[in-house]
Unconditional design. Structure first.
Length: 418
């Protein structure tokens, strides 16, 4: 009996130790690779402001590529590189109502509470979880005076973009420079237009589809190199000013952009333009991820990695970091702005996922953008204007006066930052 008791006691100890280990208490520190200095700054802030000491930060310009091939030893990869567009075909242009229905495989983990009221992370092969941290909602925007003669172009689906591009090139009668994408040309353009290998309609693709998708993109790029560049711009921050200059000079009347970039033009320019949301041809609202976190299923750290990610995305840490940056007279833009935008906009966008492509456009003269420091303006845009805009588009009882009142209330609450 004594021998049996000892064996039972040892078994209890072994089971308990295994449980403790699986909880991460004795696991190796998390390794986080990022190519964004602001992310690293935020993580260092968290290290000093909480009990989360057990992580190691590395910088790598190859962060997203490592995630793509699954060859990294990192637990978490956070990237804002343009190359993360390699993942976008698996994420964007997915019917938003399906995001709510999408659940990982039964033997994977369920992370629905990472974004309460929003979408779940995207799980692939049980070894790579893609969590969009921020995104653009692409729009096609118009010079209102020029576009008035072409009302048929106000309803835009993804396949219409190529036809418009070819048409504008023909009308202009000359080549145009690099579609507004500088040396990063055409990636976003192809990301929206290529559908065959990158389709995610009704299924979760596995990583074996990534290489064919990238090969298709490479092939399409080669074909585009032999085709006259289009007069229709496909915008990025690198060509933003040129887009608006050409629209003001009446050289082009339409461009692909995002609401985020469109708003940066300021009130005077915004009043000259109108816009429509971009939809894919199957009726899905297009989402353009601009930053993501990839959690790799490396050893036993996957659960800990998602718990850690959930923690660093909490409003508690974001608010504290915002205060910290302001105290340094530093503007907390970039990824933190993206977090706020995702958290506040997603719920409203998802609630309107049944809406068709013919959405009402807010009268430009009713949109009021008061002057503010950059860090405060970012918060006004993300925390006040975006939510108001979604309500304006999808409900009938919201007015421009409500926006003014919301902005006034926001400034009263944050008067010390002005």
């Amino acid at each position: 009996m004594k021998a049996e008791g000892r064996w039972v006691f040892l078994l209890i100890i072994i089971i308990g130790a295994a449980g403790i280990y699986s909880c991460g208490i004795f696991s190796r520190p998390l390794t986080i690779i990022t190519d964004d200095p602001q992310v690293a700054d935020y993580l260092e802030f968290i290290r000093g402001a909480s009990e989360h000491q057990d992580f190691h930060i590395e910088f790598s310009s190859e962060a997203d590529r490592s995630a793509a091939i699954g060859g990294s030893q990192a637990d978490i990869i956070i990237s804002s590189s343009i190359a993360n567009q390699a993942f976008s075909p698996f994420i964007h242009s997915y019917p938003l109502r399906r995001w709510e229905q999408l659940t990982p495989a039964r033997d994977s983990f369920v992370f629905a509470d990472l974004y309460p009221g929003s979408y779940r992370p995207f799980i692939r092969d049980k070894r790579l979880g893609i969590v969009p941290l921020s995104f653009n909602l692409p729009i096609v925007y118009f010079n209102q005076e020029m576009a008035a003669a072409r009302p048929d172009t106000h309803s835009i689906g993804s396949s219409d973009l190529l036809r418009l591009a070819e048409e504008y090139t023909r009308i202009r009668g000359e080549n145009y420079s690099e579609m507004g994408f500088s040396s990063l040309r055409d990636i976003r353009f192809l990301d929206i237009l290529i559908r065959q290998e990158t389709s995610v309609r009704g299924r979760v693709p596995d990583s074996s589809t990534l290489e064919p998708a990238l090969e298709t993109i490479r092939s399409e790029l080669e074909q585009l190199e032999q085709r006259p560049p289009a007069q229709l711009y496909f915008n990025s921050v690198f060509a933003y000013s040129a887009d608006h200059a050409d629209m003001e000079a009446r050289r082009i009347h339409s461009a692909l952009s995002s609401l985020h970039e469109h708003l940066q033009a300021g009130p005077s320019r915004i009043r000259e333009f109108s816009y429509k949301w971009l939809y894919s041809d199957d009726g899905a609202e297009v989402i353009q991820p601009i930053m993501y976190s990839a959690v790799l299923d490396s050893s036993r750290n996957t659960r800990r990695a998602f718990r850690f990610l959930r923690k660093i995305l909490s409003s508690e840490f974001q608010s504290a970091y915002f205060e910290f940056r302001v105290s340094r007279d530093d503007s907390p833009v970039g990824f933190l702005q993206g977090f706020s935008s995702s958290r506040l906009v997603n719920e409203r966008v998802l609630s309107a996922s049944q809406a068709g492509p013919e959405l009402p456009v807010p009268p430009a003269e009713q949109i009021i953008f008061p002057a503010a420091p950059d860090y405060l303006w970012n918060r006004v845009r993300n925390e006040v204007y975006y939510p108001w805009l979604q309500d304006y588009l999808y409900t009938e009882n919201v007015t421009a006066g409500d926006l003014e009142a919301d902005i006034e209330s926001f400034y009263k609450l944050n008067s010390r930052y002005r």
